[in-house]
Design a protein around this ligand. Structure first.
Ligand SMILES: C[S@@+](CC[C@H](N)C(=O)[O-])C[C@H]1O[C@@H](n2cnc3c(N)ncnc32)[C@H](O)[C@@H]1O
Length: 284
């Protein structure tokens, strides 16, 4: 049962401003005033657990450098919506245009390796979709090394991703033949609401997960392709500029950068040139 005092829990303007500033400084995510109800629903249970009755009492905990509460706070407030093969056309472009092109250019260089990073991977559907696409394509080209890195700031989604178990809803864009090939429907007794299909170990092993904040530089460099989809919509212009300036350094010249179909880089300065909706290429 919830603490009855928490029925009256609300977010005052002062509390909202303090929480918004902390989230922004930590992740670059701007919680607009319309997100006040979200703050309330996502954090109510946590405040109950801590027996805290007002958000003003919660703020010092978030500011305390010795406490790990900030991680729980960030995990609660990020939006993690994702599914396999989201924006399917972009995966077709990867498969039909980018992979063959890389095979061709690398032939001349004598290097048989492709490196891909999905930089806000949420619960893993995006990097695993890339892994499936790579498995399908590069299987026909033996001797190729495929390296897929996936990262997110939220430690809960990363733990979920590493388990590799998904709901039927998450698989809605996966062709039936691929579901059969790469997933196993779990026995009724082992099924959980959000986890009824287990991804094959072969695909799971292809992805390395990292906890990484996009406001900071990522240690791995030299990526041929970077996915940064459906995260910049939560940033203001300043965060967006900071993140894009950072991330383009991880991409090779000529490398491809994917954002979502509802995002654009028209309002930031970068070395990235649009080649089609949601897909950019790094120029010198
Ligand atoms: C809506 S999901 C996008 C998932 C996937 N890229 C897709 O398009 O389906 C946005 C993700 O961005 C992550 N995120 C937000 N701010 C971040 C930051 N500063 N650094 C890294 N990840 C961040 C969130 O934790 C969340 O999992």
């Amino acid at each position: 049962m919830g603490n009855s005092d928490n029925f009256n829990l609300r977010v005052t303007d002062k509390e909202y401003n303090a929480l918004k500033d902390i989230m922004y400084a930590r992740t670059g995510v701007l919680l607009k005033p319309t997100k006040k109800p979200l703050i309330l629903t996502r954090l109510r249970k946590r405040l109950e657990e801590l027996n805290i009755k007002r958000f003003m009492e919660y703020v010092p905990l978030l500011e305390d450098k010795r406490s790990s509460e900030i991680e729980i706070f960030v995990n609660a407030l990020t939006t993690n919506e994702t599914y396999f093969f989201r924006h399917t056309k972009q995966f077709n472009f990867l498969f039909e245009k980018i992979f063959p092109e890389i095979i061709e250019t690398r032939r001349a260089e004598g290097r048989r390796e492709i490196k891909i990073w999905t930089a806000a991977c949420s619960t893993g559907e995006e990097p695993y979709s890339i892994a499936i696409a790579c498995r399908e394509f590069f299987f026909k080209h033996p001797g190729w090394g495929v390296k897929i890195c996936a990262s997110d700031v939220n430690s809960d989604v990363l733990a979920f991703a590493k388990e590799g178990k998904y709901s039927e809803r998450s698989l809605k864009e996966v062709p039936e033949t691929m579901v059969k090939k790469y997933f196993r429907e779990m026995d009724f007794d082992n099924k959980k609401k959000w986890q009824s299909f287990a991804l094959s170990d072969e695909i799971k092993k292809m992805v390395d997960f990292y906890q990484h904040n996009l406001l900071k530089p990522f240690v791995q460099k030299g990526f041929d392709v970077i996915f940064l989809r459906n995260v910049m919509i939560y940033f203001d212009n300043e965060s967006k500029q900071k993140v894009v300036s950072n991330i383009q350094n991880n991409l090779i010249t000529g490398g491809y950068f994917f954002i979502s179909l509802s995002e654009s880089l028209s309002d930031v300065n970068s070395q990235l040139e649009g080649i089609r909706s949601g897909i950019y290429q790094k120029v010198k």
